[in-house]
Design a protein around this ligand. Structure first.
Ligand code: ASP
Length: 337
């Protein structure tokens, strides 16, 4: 039987960074040498793998829809040549990128595993080696067929993950959905939690366009009228509200803001700022203004998934009504109603 083949896409991020005068930064051409020094990666029990280094390499704070298109394009052009893909990415925006790719890669039937590390490979105690090796092994197994994020012994659905800690090695959580696998002595997959895929459906990549989005986090005393000028020209607005979708109703300022957004064609999506749980619009009087103004429920989507999904939908030739309907529809296992 021929060996499985995995493609490792290195986009940047802490895992391959080296120390510079201004702090850790990625450096072109150094990562391949670091991988060559990891003995496990050349074990005969490992699948064959190739490394594709992106240019430029980025700290993931600089990722935009352009890199999401670049990652999707790199997968599309190599799709038939590999059994699976590992995307090495900075942790800061990994949950956004994994969410975006989950929507862009329609008909995906191979594993795409995002990973990285909190400590660079070149430093003592790096978590990068285990994250990388386990991700390559998962990508070579024909078990999970969706966009995932592997970190510190847990395999999470990409569009359910959120960066939870800036300094712990367990950096990600999936607060509203079970992990897809746990890595102990063995890999324990929860197959019932997987997305159902049709292996006969071809991969279709939906590339993203530049879109005008904003995320506003509600806080006590917020003056919504300050935001009205920026709403003009916006295509999508995500409100991170209190609890199950509540906002202050002490004046009409939010209604004005949403009216303005709707008048200019923007889609307003309501997420919760609670890490866990869902939006239930209309439960409280304090959230009824949102319902009356035609805001869309984000249910229990993470803000990361909502941003990525809105960008994906707004990049297609859909009517505003279609975008609204699809925002509230579960497309890739990103929400529960
Ligand atoms: N700033 C880094 C990045 O996101 C952090 C990391 O990779 O952990 O690229």
């Amino acid at each position: 039987m021929s060996k499985k083949k995995v493609c490792i896409l290195y986009t940047g991020g802490t895992i391959g960074m080296i120390p510079t005068e201004n702090g850790f930064a990625p450096a072109p051409g150094t990562f391949a040498k670091e991988l060559a020094a990891i003995r496990d990666l050349s074990s005969p029990r490992m699948p064959d793998w190739d490394l594709v280094e992106f240019d430029p390499l980025l700290d993931s704070s600089n990722i935009t829809y352009k890199q999401w298109n670049q990652i999707a394009g790199a997968i599309e052009s190599r799709y038939d040549d590999y059994d699976g893909f590992v995307v090495l990415h900075g942790t800061d925006t990994m949950a956004y990128s994994a969410s975006a790719l989950s929507f862009m890669l329609e008909g995906l039937s191979k594993p795409v595993i995002f990973t990285g590390s909190q400590i660079p490979l070149c430093e003592l105690r790096s978590d990068g080696k285990d994250n990388l090796i386990t991700s390559v092994l998962i990508a070579a197994q024909d078990v999970v067929h969706e966009v995932c994020l592997y970190f510190s012994n847990e395999l999470l659905r990409g569009n359910r993950a959120t960066k939870y800690s800036s300094d712990r090695l367990i950096a990600f959580k999936s607060p509203n959905y079970t992990e897809l696998a746990k890595a102990g002595i063995d890999m324990r997959y929860r197959k019932r939690a997987f997305l159902e895929v049709d292996p006969d459906q071809p991969l279709t990549v939906r590339y993203l366009r530049d879109t005008r989005l904003a995320v506003i986090k509600v806080f006590p005393g917020i003056k919504f009228e300050l935001f009205t000028p920026i709403v003009n020209g916006m295509q999508g607005l995500i409100l991170e509200t209190f609890g199950s979708g509540n906002i202050p109703n002490y004046d009409k300022a939010l209604s004005n803001l949403i009216d303005e957004a709707s008048r200019t064609g923007a889609v307003v999506v309501v997420c919760t700022q609670c890490p866990q749980g869902a939006v239930r619009l209309g439960t409280y009087e304090a959230g009824s203004a949102l319902v009356n103004a035609g805001a869309v429920s984000g249910y229990n989507m993470t803000t990361e998934a909502a941003v990525a999904k809105l960008q994906y939908l707004l990049s297609q030739d859909l009517t505003r009504e279609q975008v609204i309907e699809l925002m509230e529809t579960d497309l890739r296992g990103e929400l529960d109603k």
